[in-house]
Design a protein around this ligand. Structure first.
Ligand code: GLA
Length: 714
């Protein structure tokens, strides 16, 4: 049970989580909140003992406060490392001196929230720090609310991060993070930290393909996939963000993050409040696998908008098959083929609207193209429904092509600076969604689209990042607030659409995996990790993705060969086995698949449907990394332990290379497991100690094993 207690005599708060403990303490004068402990679960009396002050640290050229381990760092005094909060008051004062005003714990649902409200000693600013924890989880959601309580004019916020995570003092930390680019997202990177800062960030207005707002830290690079202590943190924010991992010259490591302060200024008027996004942290002593499983469980149970045990339907998407040339006829043909395969949601991608025949035209004109769909979308939707499938549609609402009716009518609706070029990305500009008229237009347009059609799935795309993020009409009214308000309005629109159209599921896409984060995940059912659907490249993309995000939200399509990105050709079996590692979809041109290919696909799809609850919602064990050699492997264990699915993917056999058995994880030693295909029964101990021998041969060989726990021995 999650539990938060306040120990008044030691002035500390103790957060007891599933398998970890977190403790913070207040300085004598109530002016500084100190980090005390974060690690394996310990008794509360021990946490209190740790909270007893040892006397201030004295270091020349430093103040005790400046080098203390503060939970949230208000800039001022002799503080020289990365602060959490920096403001300017109306009279020009630019530092904060605060004191704790009030604190409390709120209990709701399966969680508890500790809040601590600090107020500036002289100015009308309050800063409330929040810590939310949940029963059965080790995550701590931290966020902050700022309020200008009035009387001294506006407060200008120059930097406002969400939390500062302090790591235990250890010899040296390794930082693991996810980087990439378009069609090469979520690659795993590692660096051993020395004194200084590592800054991971997006200045792009969106989460970005380049860095994902997730980190993991383990001391002395000692953690493996299944053992060792790891601290991890992830931001719930889909705009420009920043995570700073700083090692001070005195060996203190802290990790602070939130909305990026680059080009940022936010004017908090009298009476106004600002809630900052959550920076979520967790601790596990079960290695990177343990950390991932904690993230996955948290996402399923606390973040996603649908129930934890729902399975995602099998999806078809038209993009790689028909690109912009979608029309009623070719989509009907694809829909019929898809239905024969057992597809459950049929999605028409880009090209269905306006004059959208290529990348140059039509974005912004969200009316059905009459040449491609002479009778509108409804006949196609009816056909899709009569084939037993739901209908889905692609949109990219935040964008406009200069060659569009929308842009011709509202050239001032895009971000721009006076006397500056309007830089195009993929021949499009970004709508200024901070504007109220744009917000209302977007909500109304999408609401109408969803009201006039039986659409049950929306793929929400975003295919470029911000440039010239200006708003000339608001030049003297804090136009830099667009960095926040764009994302807040985006969230607001999706939330409102979900409320008005509860049947609709959403997918987050941004030119592939450019908007993959916990913020968007609380309002979409799934995310598109990458436009790269090449099965071999996907192994690495999916591996990195799985460090932070659950298999169920990871959409994976089987597409045609040669792959349109890499030009690589791999067997259909291998493509299926790679795509079956998450939420399976089909993205090939089914009208060109041979009867043999369609039959083979039917077999894989039937198998996938039998095991998908284990894959999508089970416990993931990464048995072998695609970065480590020619064979990669993953295991999924049903949460009740009753089923196991193992995939092994080999990309190229090197003659004489030893293929070691795959030692399975998390099984009951005493139980017996039957291989559904071979009929062989193994004990849990056998599978854990001797392991499964899977000999892959040649190029792009792959194998799936499905084991079912037996009710009684053999
Ligand atoms: C982006 C998406 C693709 C596809 C195209 C359509 O690149 O990531 O999946 O929807 O846009 O233009």
């Amino acid at each position: 049970m999650a539990d938060i207690t306040y120990d008044a005599s030691n002035r500390c708060w103790i957060l007891q989580l599933e398998a970890s403990t977190y403790c913070i303490g207040l300085s004598e004068d109530a002016s500084s909140l100190q980090h005390i402990y974060w690690g394996p679960r310990i008794a509360s009396v021990v946490a209190s003992e740790m909270a007893q002050p040892l006397g201030p640290l004295m270091v020349p050229f430093e103040s005790p406060t400046g080098i203390s381990r503060e939970e949230y760092v208000p800039w001022g005094e002799m503080r020289f490392s990365e602060p959490s909060l920096k403001v300017e008051y109306a009279d020009g004062t630019r530092s904060i001196e605060w004191v704790l005003d009030e604190h409390g714990v709120e209990r709701s649902g399966a969680g508890q929230t500790l809040w601590l409200r600090f107020r500036d000693r002289a100015y009308p600013l309050t800063v409330t720090l929040y810590y939310r924890i949940y029963d059965d989880h080790d995550v701590i959601e931290r966020w902050v609310r700022l309020e200008n309580t009035g009387g001294s004019g506006p407060v200008t916020i120059e930097q406002a991060l969400s939390a500062d995570w302090r790591l235990p003092r250890r010899e040296r930390y390794r930082l693991t993070y996810l980087y990439g680019q378009h069609v090469k997202e979520t690659q795993v990177a590692e660096v051993v930290l020395g004194p200084g800062k590592v800054v991971l960030e997006s200045r792009r207005g969106a989460t970005s393909h380049q860095f994902n707002p997730w980190v993991a830290l383990d001391p002395e690079a000692s953690a493996t996939q299944e053992s060792g202590e790891v601290w991890s943190a992830a931001l719930a924010w889909s705009g420009s963000w920043k995570i700073v991992v700083e090692t001070t010259p005195y060996g203190d490591v802290h990790c602070t993050g939130g909305v990026n302060d680059f080009d940022f200024r936010y004017r908090l008027d009298e009476g106004a409040r600002l809630k900052l996004p959550a920076f979520v942290g967790l601790y596990s002593n079960k290695g990177f696998g343990g950390v991932s499983r904690c993230w996955h469980a948290y996402e399923r149970e606390q973040v996603l908008p649908e129930a934890p045990d729902v399975v995602r339907p099998l999806l078809y998407n038209s993009w790689e098959a028909t690109a912009f040339a979608v029309n009623e006829r070719n989509q009907m043909v694809l829909a019929e083929k898809a239905a024969e395969l057992g597809v459950e949601v049929f999605v028409v991608d880009d090209g269905w609207f306006g004059a959208r025949n290529d990348e140059y035209t039509g974005l912004g004109d969200w009316t059905v193209n009459p040449e491609k769909f002479p009778h509108g979308l409804n006949p196609l939707i009816a056909r899709v429904n009569s084939l037993g499938m739901r209908f889905g549609l692609w949109v990219e609402p935040e964008m406009v092509n200069p060659d569009s009716d929308l842009y011709r009518a509202h050239p001032d609706w895009v971000y721009h600076f006076r006397h500056r070029s309007r830089t195009q990305g993929r021949n499009q500009l970004v709508l200024n969604l901070a504007r109220e008229d744009v917000r209302v237009w977007m909500l109304t347009t999408l609401d109408t689209l969803l009201s006039e059609h039986k659409i049950e799935f929306v793929k929400w795309d975003m295919n470029r990042h911000f440039s010239e993020p200006g708003w000339p009409d608001e030049a003297d009214r804090n136009p830099e607030r667009v960095w926040l308000d764009h994302v807040r309005n985006l969230y607001g629109i999706i939330d409102e659409l979900r409320l008005r159209h509860p049947r609709v599921a959403f997918e987050s896409c941004a030119g592939g995996g450019g908007r993959v984060d916990l913020g968007i995940l609380s309002r979409v059912e799934q995310m598109w990790p990458s436009d790269n659907t090449d099965a071999l490249d996907r192994l690495r993309i999916q591996e990195g993705f799985s460090y932070a995000y659950a298999p169920r939200v990871m959409m994976c399509w089987v597409t045609d060969c040669p792959n349109f990105v890499t030009k690589r050709t791999v067997p259909l079996r291998y493509r299926f086995h790679v795509a079956m590692a998450g939420s399976l979809g089909i993205g090939g041109d089914l009208s060109r698949w041979t009867p043999q290919e369609l039959e083979e696909a039917c077999g894989f799809i039937a198998t996938y449907k039998r095991v998908r609850s284990t894959i999508q919602n089970g416990l993931l064990y990464r048995l072998r990394s695609p970065r480590a050699g020619s064979v990669a492997a993953s295991q999924y264990l049903a949460r009740d332990g009753s089923e196991v699915v193992v995939f092994a993917w080999g990309h190229s056999q090197q003659f004489g290379e030893t293929q070691l058995p795959l030692l399975l994880r998390g099984l009951e030693e005493e139980a017996y497991y039957r291989d559904v295909i071979s009929g062989i029964t193994y004990s849990g101990t056998y599978l854990a100690q001797k392991g499964l021998s899977i000999n892959l041969a040649g190029d792009f060989d792959s194998h799936m094993v499905h084991l079912v726990r037996q009710a009684s021995a053999r």
